[in-house]
Design a protein. Structure first.
Length: 256
């Protein structure tokens, strides 16, 4: 039996199908927008390489102004830097919680001692949580005690140490622990560390307060506490320490 549909009609139908598909595939998609009324981020001058940015608080510049520290008279002043001395911990006058912190330090150029006795110092966030400072250039020690370790908790991903006497940088992003009103831990502290620009701690949870004698544990404390630098009987140098207080990353976005 002959077909009731002619060939030209079949061709016309096929052409319409192809044309329709082409129009659909090239039609501009509707843009999706979140609708969240985000405020415009403030403008910050990043400053010279290494900072400080315009919104940072300089805690230690070239060593001349020590007014941000409780007992800085213990430290030794030099041209452009200080060396730590005195109490085991020396704290800032101001308290900080969530923050970005830049620190420049150098282990003594003259090598003395070995392991933990060589170029030991530390950055104590909230006066409790230590990012280890150590001369870890060809100086074996336990991995969770070497430079850029969360002391006795987590070794760095790599050893990015420079030679003793050379200036090194830590760039730290720290989120303070969260406690309930009854003191219960809601969320541990979180830390990211770049050592000389190399990522060595990637958003790691901190297990608790640093201690040489006990396992880490949390004890509830205020949302902000002073930052401290450790003196571990080694004349470690410091300069260019600046800090930026950060808004809490767990804050909800603005309401639609
Ligand atoms: Mg230390």
């Amino acid at each position: 039996m002959p077909s009731t549909i002619s060939r030209p009609r079949v061709r016309l139908f096929a052409s319409l199908v192809v044309l329709t598909a082409a129009v659909v595939s090239f039609a501009p998609a509707q843009e999706w927008v979140s609708g969240i009324p985000w405020p415009t981020p403030p403008t910050v001058d990043p400053g010279p390489v290494g900072g400080p940015p315009s919104d940072a608080l300089v805690l230690l510049g070239d060593g001349r102004d020590l007014s941000q520290w409780e007992r800085a008279d213990q430290w030794q002043r030099h041209d452009g830097y200080i060396t730590v001395a005195g109490d085991p911990l020396n704290a800032t006058k101001r308290a900080f919680g969530d923050c970005q912190l830049h620190v420049e330090w150098a282990a003594p150029a003259e090598i003395q001692g070995a392991g933990q006795q060589r170029g030991n110092s530390g950055i104590y966030l909230m006066g409790r949580y230590e990012v280890q400072i150590l001369d870890s250039y060809n100086n074996p020690t336990y991995p969770d005690g070497q430079a850029a370790a969360i002391y006795k908790q987590n070794p760095p991903l790599v050893n990015a140490s420079r030679k003793p006497g050379e200036w090194q940088t830590y760039d730290i992003v720290f989120e303070a622990p969260r406690f309930a009103a009854d003191g219960k831990l809601l969320r541990p502290a979180l830390i990211t560390v770049l050592h000389n620009g190399v990522l060595v701690q990637n958003h790691r949870p901190i297990q608790g307060e640093t201690s040489f004698f006990e396992p880490p544990r949390y004890r509830a404390h205020p949302a902000k506490l002073p930052l401290a630098i450790q003196f571990h009987n080694n004349p470690v140098r410091f300069r260019n320490i600046w800090i930026r207080e950060l808004p809490p990353s767990d804050a909800p976005p603005p309401k639609k």
